[in-house]
Design a protein around this ligand. Structure first.
Ligand code: NHR
Ligand code: GAR
Length: 209
């Protein structure tokens, strides 16, 4: 049974998608906690309603990124995580924090990385005039949005798209992509080799005669 800790900052719809898939598909995993850096994050209400432990570590209460990350790490580690899932988590994390969770922290970023790292990705895609946009699940490394990619989902950019219409189209795909990627981790099927992710085949079902 793997323990998953999910970090959010807001709405938490990707967190919700992972929780629902885990329950529906009965993964050998539990959501040990949902933790937010914002006390007002809407996603905390969904987690509480499902009986999932929640915590708030508010970045505004800390004088520096290092102090915030140390407090966040201490809270996360109370839940003995095998995997930390960033789901719309909006604070850049320091290198020591990232190193502590090396190989066991995933993020979903709303672009086809390496295109458009950072914030404002949907507007960046519209401004660049690309025909396709999407989302990427990647392992988190110290360099922002540069860790090994696990999986991507693509959507078309349509004439007349605004940031909002494009974000909504991408979000529908995120809600399928992130559970798929997290499940691969839970099944021990993700291997990082030379900075790339290799996906192992599903273990053969035991045969009976
Ligand atoms: N930290 C590291 N070291 N590496 C990554 O790949 C990370 C990370 C922290 C968060 C998510 C990310 C995204 O998918 C993520 C990946 C926040 C910002 C940001 O600029 C950028 C990227 C991401 C998350 N945050 C501002 C900051 O000063 C605050 C913005 C706000 O509070 O609204 O931290 O896009
Ligand atoms: C999602 O689109 C996610 O990819 C993006 O924010 C949204 C969060 O929605 N993440 C980032 O931009 C990270 N910097 P959610 O809170 O409903 O999951």
């Amino acid at each position: 049974m793997k323990n998953i800790v999910i970090l959010i900052s807001g709405r938490g719809s990707n967190m919700e998608a992972v929780v629902r898939a885990l329950d529906a598909e009965q993964w050998p995993a539990r959501i040990a906690a949902v933790i937010s850096n914002k006390p007002e994050a809407k996603g905390l209400e969904f987690a509480q309603a499902r009986g999932i432990p929640t915590a708030v570590v508010a970045n505004k209460d800390f004088a520096s990124r290092a102090e915030f990350d140390a407090a966040l790490q201490e809270t996360i580690d109370c839940f003995s995580p095998d995997l930390v899932v960033l789901a719309g988590f909006m604070r850049i994390l320091t290198a020591p924090f990232v190193e502590h969770y090396a190989g066991r922290m995933l993020n979903i970023h709303p672009s086809l990385l390496p295109l458009f790292p950072g914030l404002g990705t949907h507007q960046q895609a519209i401004d660049a005039g690309v025909a396709e946009h999407g989302a990427t699940v990647h392992f988190v490394t110290a360099e922002l949005d540069h860790g090994p990619a696990v999986a991507q989902a693509r959507v078309p950019v349509l004439p007349g798209d605004t940031e909002d219409t494009l974000a909504a189209r991408v979000l529908i795909e995120e809600h399928k992509l992130y559970p798929t990627a997290v499940r691969l981790f839970v099944e021990d099927r993700l291997v990082i080799e030379d900075g790339n992710v290799r996906i192992l085949d599903r273990a053969a079902e035991p045969t009976s005669i």
